[in-house]
Design a protein around this ligand. Structure first.
Ligand code: IFM
Length: 712
């Protein structure tokens, strides 16, 4: 099988420069560099540092108590790729044509080849290779190679940390707002090195960037007909609030070596091979490469919705992390999954404060979108009202525990979050009479589907809250002493248990399916037949209220709960799938992966495959039409979830790893590597067989296609 891990621009149908900037961006969890054209001073190019944001007051026409106060906007910093090359008359080679661009996912190097011309139409070829250090993640290496095409003579090369102009103002809520409150302080350290301190005026953050050339930052050369001039530079990005130590400047080759070693190790524990379709195999590799690149690994940062590949959604962290991205890390790199949980633990105080602002007297409510822990959503119906984020975080903590069995970590970082989120549900909900029975209900909430807002008893929210409370009880019983430190009493533990069992789960008897919310099926169905193709995504063409009064889903909602809990009969699941599929637009990139995974589980093979081919190549085909703003990182993780939990049927039930072979007919073989309870496993599926090999660690009893088996 061809397991070639490269991708090149000539395989892509979109060659829009800002789209390619996203696709060929690289990152290391701390910062990312978009693949801008180095001589064109792109306004959409630049460096994006995880968690480095500016704040500005949110201006409301009509404000009410407790509305989010401040925007948090990730900022774009100078572009390390920019270079100026002039001819002997000091005219720039400013016209450029991209000849080729490629990403090598085995060593993390992006290579871009341009033909550059001056005003006399004389040309040179410029090749730029760029790589980031992954472990010491403050370093970027750049190598420029200049060759003559038909220009010979003197060339002058100047490279500095140039300030990026801000991009255009837009009405698209998915894009970032502009920031004009950055202060720059440049210091020339020597001919070959300069440093730039960047400070945000309002949020009062700072960091330092530096650029060092192997020779000098401004230099002239004689370019002969068959000459090739190679220039190496190293860039640095300090941690937020830190200075830089420039004593040890690695060479470009050292940087590539480190990056290459990192990615080799990465593939060893995370490899997924699809045999039978090279395009899908390439896409899943791309997704895992970019997902890992996007992910903060320091416990202080998280995964922005667009990773570090673009400023879309302002660099905010959402529930995307817990439900779509962190599963991959829990199963392949638990250390990173830990760091993501530590970040949530670190913003617990801000979340408690938020719960009080919402009038809930105990517990914590996590911000729907945030960097610093405070709510940054100015639109509460599809923001703060998505209370389910609390339970999503608890679900991710449970997943980490299930997969790793790491009780020390759970006691230290997980327990408090679980108790505080359970307390939130207890105080947020209330008992109400439902068809003559006293049930615990949640009123005026928004579920994952953002085309249905402020409803009573959203099934997903209620089911997840039930889980959150049950998990709290389980952990309190397991860690009684530590729970007491957090103020838990026997009475409170029993209340959690009682509420969990009393939570109302809306069900429609006539249709025999779980109901998205109390009023979901009373509404008319969206007039799909009268909606022209160009009016999708609906959010850009209809007032939210025009959408809310219909049955129309942006993304999987009730079906996501079905996928997570696997707790209803196959017949009911099939009925639900059929019902909700008809009213779902997939306007959110978080939708198709779940439809695919669930279809694989139900045995709707054609649907599973077709949704997967779309979802896994979402960015490579620009399916949503906005990849230029950044990658759809939740979907990168979602596509892995589809492969592993859908086609590969992997889940943990009652402390046991379960594997079910749901391989699509189109594939000859699928193999995935995962970690489970300290072991590295390789699972290979074919039409006839499911084989599990323990690559590292002790033998293990697991459940394969319904039968217990000891695997070695
Ligand atoms: O969190 C998602 C949400 O579910 C759909 N809109 C985009 C957000 C960020 O990806």
């Amino acid at each position: 099988m061809d397991n070639n891990k490269t991708i090149s621009a000539n395989e892509l149908s979109n060659n829009n420069p800002s789209y390619l900037e996203t696709i060929f961006s690289i990152a290391n969890g701390h910062f990312g560099v978009r693949a801008s054209n180095p001589v064109e001073k792109s306004v959409t190019g630049g460096t994006i540092v995880n968690g480095f944001y500016e704040t500005s007051a949110i201006t409301y026409g009509e404000k009410a108590y407790g509305y989010a106060e401040n925007n948090q906007t990730i900022v774009k910093l100078p572009d390390f790729r920019t270079i100026t090359i002039c001819d002997d008359s000091k005219n720039e080679f400013s016209k450029s044509e991209l000849k080729d661009e490629s990403l090598n996912m085995d060593n993390g190097v992006v290579k871009s080849v341009y033909k550059l011309s001056n005003k006399d139409n004389q040309s040179i070829e410029l090749t730029l290779e760029i790589a980031l250090q992954q472990l010491n993640n403050q370093v970027v290496g750049l190598r420029y190679e200049i060759k003559s095409i038909d220009y010979v003579g003197k060339i002058t090369v100047v490279k500095h940390l140039d300030i990026v102009n801000e991009s255009e103002v837009t009405d698209d809520p998915r894009k970032s707002r502009t920031v004009n409150t950055l202060n720059y302080d440049k210091a020339q350290l020597s001919d070959s090195c300069e440093k730039l301190k960047v400070t945000t005026e309002v949020s009062k953050l700072f960091l330092n960037l530096a650029l060092c050339a192997k020779g000098s930052l401004e230099q002239s050369y004689d370019l002969g007909k068959s000459d090739s001039i190679t220039l190496d530079y190293v860039g640095f990005v300090s941690d937020i609030g830190e200075d830089l130590n420039l004593e040890d400047t690695p060479s470009f080759d050292d940087i590539v070596k480190e990056s290459s070693e990192f990615w080799q190790r990465f593939w060893k524990s995370s490899e997924v091979k699809i045999s039978g379709d090279d395009k899908l195999n390439q896409a899943i590799h791309y997704n895992l490469f970019q997902l890992t690149s996007s992910t903060g690994r320091d416990g202080r940062t998280n995964i922005p919705a667009k990773g570090l590949s673009g400023t879309g959604y302002e660099g905010h962290y959402f529930w995307d992390t817990e439900m779509y991205m962190s599963p991959f890390f829990a199963y392949t790199n638990p250390k990173i999954a830990q760091e993501l949980i530590k970040y949530r633990h670190s913003i617990l105080d801000a979340s408690k404060k938020r719960a009080r602002q919402l009038g809930v007297k105990e517990g914590a409510l996590y911000a729907w979108r945030t960097i610093n822990g405070e709510e940054a959503s100015a639109y509460y119906p599809a923001g703060t009202a998505q209370y389910h984020i609390d339970a999503d975080i608890s679900y991710a903590i449970n997943r980490y525990y299930d997969v790793t069995g790491d009780s020390d970590f759970i006691e230290k970082y997980g327990l408090e979050v679980i108790i505080e989120t359970a307390r939130f549900w207890k105080n947020f909900g209330s008992y109400s009479n439902v068809a003559g029975e006293k049930k615990f209900c949640f009123f005026d909430v928004t579920g994952p589907d953002e085309y249905t807002a402020i409803v009573n008893n959203n099934y997903y929210t209620n089911r997840m809250a039930k889980f959150n409370l049950e998990f709290a009880v389980k952990l309190i019983d397991e860690f009684p002493v530590k729970s007491e430190d957090f103020g838990v009493t026997k009475k409170e533990r029993d209340e959690f248990a009682k509420i969990a069992s009393d939570i109302y789960l809306p069900y429609d008897k006539k249709l025999g399916i779980n109901m998205q919310d109390d009023s979901a099926f009373e509404k008319p169905i969206w007039p799909f037949a009268d909606t022209p193709k160009e009016n999708y995504p609906l959010l850009l063409h209809y007032h939210p209220l025009a959408i809310y009064r219909y049955q129309v889903n942006k993304q999987a909602d009730t079906l996501l709960a079905d996928f997570l809990f696997d707790d209803i009969s196959k017949n009911q699941l099939t009925r639900e799938y059929d019902y909700y599929e008809k009213i779902t637009t997939h306007d959110s990139s978080l939708s198709r992966s779940i439809f695919s995974a669930l279809a694989a589980r139900i045995g709707l093979k054609k649907k599973a495959y077709s949704y997967f081919t779309d979802t896994v190549r979402t960015d490579l085909t620009d399916l949503q039409g906005n990849t230029d703003d950044g990658l759809h990182v939740a979907n990168l993780g979602g596509s892995w979830l589809t492969v592993v939990a859908g086609f590969g049927g992997i889940q943990v039930k009652d402390d046991t790893l379960e594997i079910t072979n749901n391989l699509p007919d189109e594939w000859n073989e699928l193999s995935v590597r995962i970690m489970f309870r300290g072991r590295l496993l390789e699972i290979t599926y074919s039409a006839k067989e499911t084989n599990v090999k323990v690559i590292e660690g002790k033998p293990l009893e697991i459940n394969i296609n319904g039968a217990k088996q000891l695997v070695k």
